[in-house]
Design a protein around this ligand. Sequence first.
Ligand SMILES: Cc1cc2nc3c(=O)[nH]c(=O)nc-3n(C[C@H](O)[C@H](O)[C@H](O)COP(=O)(O)OP(=O)(O)OC[C@H]3O[C@@H](n4cnc5c(N)ncnc54)[C@H](O)[C@@H]3O)c2cc1C
Length: 469
Amino acid sequence: MTRVEPSRVRALLDAFREAFGAEADVATDPVAIEPYGRDESDLGTFPPDAVIRATSTAQVAKVLALGSMLGVPVTPVGARSGKSGGSLPVRGGVSLSLERMNRVLEVNPADLLIVVQPGVLTQHVDDVAARHGLFYPPDPNSAGYCTMGGNVAENAGGPRALKYGVTRDYVLGLEWVLPTGEVVRVGRRTSKGVAGYDLVGLFVGSEGTLGVATEITLKLIPRPRVVRTALIPFRNVSQAAEAITEVLTSGLWPRTLELLDDVALQAIAGRGLPVPGDAGAVIIAEVDGVQDDAVLADLASLVERCASRGSLEAQVAQDEVQRERLWSVRREVSPALRALGGRKISEDVVVPRSKVPEAIERFKAAGARAGLVVATYGHAGDGNLHTNVLYRDRADWPRVEAVLADLMAVTVELGGTITGEHGVGLAKQRFLGLEQAPALLDLQRRLRVFFDPAVTMNPGKVFPDPGKA
Ligand SMILES: Cc1cc2nc3c(=O)[nH]c(=O)nc-3n(C[C@H](O)[C@H](O)[C@H](O)COP(=O)(O)OP(=O)(O)OC[C@H]3O[C@@H](n4cnc5c(N)ncnc54)[C@H](O)[C@@H]3O)c2cc1C
């Protein structure tokens, strides 16, 4: 992809320094900016020409206005934990980091809301809410280090999405800087409201292509008083997937039903997950509520349902330490799989729940045909599967591509979607056309150009033909 001329970037940096003097936090040193060229997508390194670490909305607005005027690509960056390459500055230019805008601006228990800057870490939002007996449910497994700005841009989900939904369900309002530098406030502070178009809905999930979130108003809900967690092993992944359908059609509504297949279990072997030797898959099920008796009864009923589908003996976490241990091992699955394979591509397809068993079987078969290992884990309760293709080095890439093409085709054939939470970014552009008709793609391109006529806002992302928008 063509990189922007360095002279344009210099002009942007000069104007920015002139406007903000000593407060302008600008880096151009190759060593300092190199990390901003990478994320968790395993797509390679695309260094920016400069990194600006903004400290205010006014600075963000200035960078975007200058970028638009001078034709310099500007790519917003949170914590670079993204898995679709969204924060990679593929055409160079400026990486606009929001990491220094990391303050909680307001907690309002009476109105059940919290207002944060975009660089606040997701886990911190829930920690602050907890101090008031409140709950911010979206829990990407990266919550300890990803930012709310990145969550808004990707519409992040997580294990609890099964019961509580995703980021979009909690964003009430936004301060948003449009690609031209104009600052708008969209949404509201009330729990309901339908005045005007739903621009919050449009901006959440826009992957840094329609502007930058500089302030985020989030809905909080009462915190469940009791949470109970069980680890339920199965001989194979098909049985586990069928048990999930059994549970969800039984009237129970757990907050998580996480699935790990045999390869994922192999990757985390020895890390303390109490799994019997003959297990080929596990479900981590979690139920919450107000009364301990009722929650325990629901968990017992869930375990029984799984037993009716052939589960092995379940382990119920006896205290918070055991519960946290289960989740910390779950959070290790992604890096452990990378360590197992050398390299990996992590997908986040979603299929209708009833198709989960068939999808997993067909994904494994696609890997076997290409001679590569495919692991599947993730939020199977809502059909969201992190299917990982493991490989050794770049020489394997044609085979990886073949498997990915198969995975996407199967997903769409089963009525699913190519991405449930990581976004299209750079990683899935070439597959978007499988799922969306040309007219729909064209409508979205036109919308993008309406907001960003110069196409300088995170260019080269989302749409299949980066040359067009
Ligand atoms: C181990 C691991 C587990 C993960 N688990 C989950 C999971 O369970 N669920 C899930 O959804 N994701 C998960 N992710 C993916 C990732 O953490 C999320 O996509 C997260 O939302 C990215 O946040 P970030 O701050 O790192 O953003 P970045 O990666 O820095 O950026 C992501 C996108 O957001 C844009 N962006 C960043 N800040 C802003 C802003 N203020 N305004 C506008 N655009 C902005 C960027 O341009 C880019 O397009 C996981 C990642 C890892 C490494």
